[in-house]
Write a protein that binds this ligand. Structure first.
Ligand SMILES: [Zn+2]
Ligand SMILES: [Zn+2]
Length: 357
């Protein structure tokens, strides 16, 4: 039994290119009790590998969280397979607006402690006591209500390139930080305001809404299926789109455009731009926003220092990295002192306050 990938990303990309067939980018999640995660993991890998499914899937005792690329022609068999798993029967599939055949190049099914690294101690509150799930139509209504505080549950580099009009966008690196910050700022309004939240596909709000209810918020709402599902609904039902800019996604596409507004700036020159890139210096790999002309001038790097390093022979680069620790430790998303135009979203939070709270 082959339970792991035997193709490199490059080989896979070539195969996809040759096949020339359309692939769909899909995500879904489900909280459900899974006993033997290892057996479940292997079952998924075998079934999906046979259908040429690629992606990143997390399996834990609390459920499953999956981001996938599925050949369009295998969508039906894939869906049928999901329906054979009792807790995944008719699970809501978030289908991306913009597809990219190269969104994922490997099938990785990983067993984890949790399906979202949320930093929460689930035993300390009732995770099943969630907020009220609302569809796009109801969400549009709610966010026009002066009694509503709309909160973006994502991190700074996600909301920087796109968010709902009038949303509070905490300047945080992690979900955990965001929870505390919001609670602190809204402490006075646990009874009188409607706390409406959203995230990419809905999964982060599942825990966040339960957490806020546990903390005493009386009126908690969450956008069902997140931004991805919202966009599908407004298109299908002809509703007004209240999302500005791009939706950050966690695959090769990095983001999908929802409205024509460019709400971010190049972190190097300040010109309007909303395309994320990773610094070409392997030892840096900083995620930041770079416009086309800076990309050319800086050769995909975040600094002149990184430019110089990225030009060194590979062995020399490796030698330089030695002793600097794991590159993951220095990997910081979209923050560096030498990027003058990185927006400080804390200011947005402050300036929003008088209107919203
Ligand atoms: Zn620029
Ligand atoms: Zn760099």
């Amino acid at each position: 039994m082959q339970l792991y990938n035997n193709l490199s990303a490059k080989e896979r990309a070539e195969l996809i290119e040759q096949a020339g067939k359309e692939r769909l980018t899909i995500s879904f999640y489900k909280y459900a009790k899974i006993g033997n995660t290892e057996i479940f993991r292997n079952h998924l890998f075998l079934a999906w590998d046979a259908l040429d499914v690629l992606g990143r899937i997390y399996v834990a005792n609390e459920g499953i969280n999956a981001q996938l690329s599925v050949p369009a022609e295998n969508f039906e068999p894939f869906k049928n397979h999901l329906d054979t798993i009792s807790f995944l029967e008719n699970v809501r599939l978030n289908i991306a607006v913009e597809h990219d055949n190269f969104a994922f190049l490997k099938l990785k099914v990983k067993v984890r402690n949790k399906i979202v690294a949320d930093g929460l101690n689930d035993a300390s509150f009732d995770v099943t006591n969630k907020g009220i799930h609302v569809n796009a139509e109801k969400f549009n209504e709610l966010i026009e209500d002066p009694n509503t505080v709309l909160v973006d549950m994502r991190n700074h580099y996600e909301s920087e390139i796109g968010h709902f009009k009038n949303a509070v966008t905490p300047d945080v690196d992690t979900f955990r930080e965001s929870l505390d910050l919001i609670e602190e700022d809204l402490r006075e309004h646990k009874d009188d305001k409607k706390l409406v939240m959203y995230c990419t596909g809905g999964i982060r709000c599942e825990k966040a809404s339960a957490y806020y209810k546990h903390k005493g918020f009386k009126n908690v709402f969450q956008l069902e299926g997140g931004i991805i599902n919202y966009v599908r609904q407004i298109e299908a039902e002809g509703l007004e789109n209240k999302f500005l800019g791009k939706n950050f996604v966690f695959d090769q596409r990095r983001s999908e455009r929802i409205s024509d507004d460019v709400i971010a700036n190049c972190h190097q020159c300040g010109e309007p731009a909303d395309l994320h890139t990773n610094c070409a210096n392997e030892a840096c790999h900083l995620l930041f926003i770079q416009c086309d002309s800076c990309k050319e001038k800086m050769e995909n790097c975040c600094s002149t220092n990184c430019m110089e390093i990225s030009k060194l022979p590979y062995e020399e680069q490796k030698a330089l990295r030695k002793g600097q620790g794991n590159s993951n430790d220095i990997f910081k998303k979209g923050r560096a002192d030498h990027l003058p135009y990185k927006k400080d979203l804390r200011n947005i939070f402050e300036t929003m306050k008088p209107n919203n709270i």
